[in-house]
Each structure stands twice: as C-alpha cells, then as structure tokens.
Design a protein around this ligand. Structure first.
Ligand code: NAD
Ligand SMILES: O=C(O)C(=O)C[C@@H](O)[C@H](O)[C@H](O)COP(=O)(O)O
Ligand code: ZN
Length: 360
C-alpha cells in the first residue's frame, strides 16, 4: 500500500492507495465512532456496496446506508437536504462518521453534509472514479452547485481518511476515465513538467488502466495535490493553481446545464483554452499549446468549447470564486510545470474565446 500524508490546520490524514482496499475500509473507522452511515448512489452501491458493508460491519459499529440519485444534476441543496433528513431520522449524533462511497459528486456532497450536520461530524472519502481518486477526495473542498454557478455553496472541511482502491476503476465507462485523466494532466501542467512528459509517453497505458501506469498516476497526483493543500488549505494563494482550466470549464458545465459535459471533460477543454490564453498573456510557447491540445484530445476529452455566446461566457466566468471586484482571474502558465493567477486584458480573452469555441 502507498500512503500519502496531508497536513492542514483543518486536519491531518492519510491517503491510502492500494488494489482491493475496499475490503479494509472498516479499519479506517475511529474506535470512538458511535455509528457509521454509508452514503452512495445506486450505480456504485450496486457494484461495491456489499464489499464495503462487509468491511464496515467488522468494525462492530451500527451501520446505516443512504443512496442519493446518480449524477451531477443531483449535486444540489435538495439532495443535501435529503441527506440531513436521513441523518436526523437515524438519530445520528456528533460521533457518527459518514463514509462517502462514489465519485466526486458523492464525495463533495457528503463532505459538505459532514461539515454542516450538527456543525461538523467526521467523514471518510472512498473515491471510486479516477477523477475522485486523483483530485476531489483530497484537500477538503466540499460543495453543492447552485443553478447560477458551480460549487457555489460549500466549505473547506477535511476528511479523516481517504481510502483509494484502484481496482474499482475497472468498471468505469471510458468517458469517465478520460474525464479523470484531464485532472491528472493538470498536475503536470501546473507543477511537474516531467510528469506531463510521462503522461504524454504513457497515454495508451493510462487509457487502458494498466495497473502500473494508473497506480503511478494516482499516487503522483495525490502527492502533488497533498503538497498544494498542505501549503494553502483555504486557497488564499497558491492553491488557486489547482483551478487551471476551471474558469472556462465551470462556465461550460453551468452554461450547458450540469451533467451535459462531465466536469473532467470541461476541465480538459478549459485547459486548452487556458493554454491559448497563456500564450497571449505570459509567453507560453505556441508549440506547448499544441502539446496540451494533442494530449487532451489523446485522452478522449473535447478540445473545442461549445459556443455559449460571448455575453454568457463572460457572465458565467464573472461568477467564478476567484473573481475579485467583478474582475475575472485566470490560472495561466508561463511554461509547462508553472502556473500563476492573474487578470487578463479583455481583448485577449475575446480572441481566445473566438479561437477555441465551435463556430455556430
Ligand atoms: N472537491 C474537489 O476538490 C473536486 C475536484 C475535482 C472535481 N470535483 C467535483 O467532482 C465531481 C465530478 O466527479 P466524478 O467525475 O467522479 O463524477 P461522478 O461522481 O458523477 O461519477 C461519475 C459516474 O461514474 C459512476 N461511478 C463511480 N464510480 C464508479 C465505478 N467504480 N464504476 C462504474 N461507475 C462508477 C458514478 O455513479 C457516476 O455515474 C464534480 O461535481 C466536480 O465539481 C471536486
Ligand atoms: O482542490 C482544488 O482547489 C481545486 O480547485 C480542484 C478542482 O479540480 C476542483 O474541480 C474544485 O472543486 C474546483 O474548485 P472551485 O473552488 O472552483 O469550485
Ligand atoms: Zn476539477
């Protein structure tokens, strides 16, 4: 098993990474827990619920299960409220522990439920998508969407453990693998040029989920994310680089309706747009823009953005959480492996939108 440590003011915890780890999730339940609530969706619970339940039962705690509907369209305050109602009906107290079994939607929503139920109970992330294993389960960003914008209602709230079973990736649809790989590439682009090169060289093995390649990608991604969030838990500075491609990507998700494009697909395309913007505002070489475009296409994510209309693009990007005083901030790259946050001239943004969106 590989272990990656996260150390923040909000909590220190370990990320455990290993094949077949679902069978050991019960060992992450703290001895003083009064009960455990397993939250999942019908897709994931149908595949892995039994294994996780067996492992949790070994902890000797009272276990209850709650399923929420599957999909980004259900990452809402309404679904969150159904979780609160379940927790209250079960009479769960402050020493109850939530286990979030699923992708980023389940993890983000359970994290926010844990952050707010009785002002905070403990939770464990058991991420089952590639995207959740390399990104959303780590670092404590928890949230639900608002119709006006992505992840607008949430909190920074750290899990007490992250248990990653890489075997479960075997049942993921191809499109979800591509979406997860987009966030993997992101780490290379913002922090580690050597890792970006490695992703280029191993793209076929990654797409095929070859155990050695995917295991390394999960571990390296977790190491890089753990480093960033341990430096800047609440995004007062450096953590913003994890948002590369997200100002564009979140606008695509909200603009088309949550769930139309997968989050990772929107981020993949958004990183191509961010690369084009970087070429205009901070000297990112055009040859590297083409490397980003080629790799995003190679993993199977879109590289051309939908035409939302300029006014809609701007309106949606202005609501981004990085915006200050109505000014949109973008994560841009002076080079592969380097990233920073800055405002950009409107004419550069317009030219990038023109170049990267589908012509009606
Ligand atoms: N908190 C963060 O730091 C952070 C980071 C990145 C993304 N996110 C959020 O994560 C969400 C996207 O997460 P996601 O890509 O995991 O999507 P998701 O949670 O919707 O999961 C994708 C699909 O895969 C299914 N699934 C999950 N595990 C499976 C498995 N092993 N086999 C077969 N099917 C499986 C799910 O039921 C779902 O239908 C977005 O809401 C995004 O905003 C959060
Ligand atoms: O952990 C972070 O910080 C990230 O930005 C990771 C992103 O991949 C993730 O999609 C995050 O939820 C976006 O954050 P938001 O603050 O823009 O909602
Ligand atoms: Zn993301």
């Amino acid at each position: 098993m590989s272990i990656v440590k996260v150390k923040t003011e909000g909590g220190a915890y370990s990320i455990h990474i290993a094949p077949n780890l679902l069978q050991q999730v019960g060992t992450s339940i703290p001895p003083d827990a009064t009960s455990v609530v397993l939250i999942s969706n019908p897709t994931v619970f149908g595949l892995y619920g039994k294994t996780v339940l067996q492992s949790l039962e070994a902890s000797g705690k009272k276990i209850s299960v709650f399923e929420v509907p599957d999909g980004e369209a259900y990452k809402t305050l309404e679904t969150l409220n159904s979780i609160y109602t379940f927790l209250l009906e079960q009479r769960l107290d402050r020493r109850a522990v939530i286990v979030a079994l699923g992708g980023g939607v389940i993890g983000d929503m359970c994290g926010f439920a844990a952050a707010t139920y009785m002002r905070g109970i403990r939770f464990i992330q058991v991420p089952t998508t590639l995207l959740a294993q390399v990104d959303s389960s780590v670092g404590g960003k928890t949230a639900v969407n608002h119709p006006m914008g992505k992840n607008m209602i949430g909190a920074f709230y750290q899990p007490i453990a992250v248990d990653i079973d890489t075997t479960v990736l075997g049942t993921l649809p191809e499109r979800e693998i591509a979406a997860g790989l987009a966030e993997v590439i992101k780490y290379g682009l913002i922090l580690d040029a050597g890792f970006f090169d490695w992703c280029e060289q191993n793209v076929a093995s990654l797409k095929a989920l070859e155990p050695e390649a995917i295991g390394y990608a999960v571990q390296r991604s977790c190491e890089l994310k753990a480093y960033v969030v341990s430096e800047d838990e609440k995004e007062t500075g450096m953590r913003a680089i994890l948002n590369l491609g997200h100002t564009f990507g979140h606008a695509i998700e909200a603009g088309l309706g949550f769930g139309t494009w997968l989050h990772g697909e929107a981020v993949g395309c958004g990183m191509v747009q961010a690369a084009e913007l970087s070429a205009r505002v901070c000297g990112f070489p055009q040859a590297d823009v083409e490397r980003v475009r080629a790799l995003v296409a190679a993993i199977g994510c879109p590289v051309t953005a939908p035409d939302l209309g300029t006014d809609k693009w701007i309106e949606l990007m202005q609501i981004d959480k990085k915006a200050e005083g109505g000014k949109i901030k973008f994560i841009v790259m002076p080079g592969i492996g380097q990233a920073k946050s800055q405002t950009v001239p409107r004419e550069d943004l317009m030219l990038v939108l023109k170049k990267t969106t589908q012509k009606g």
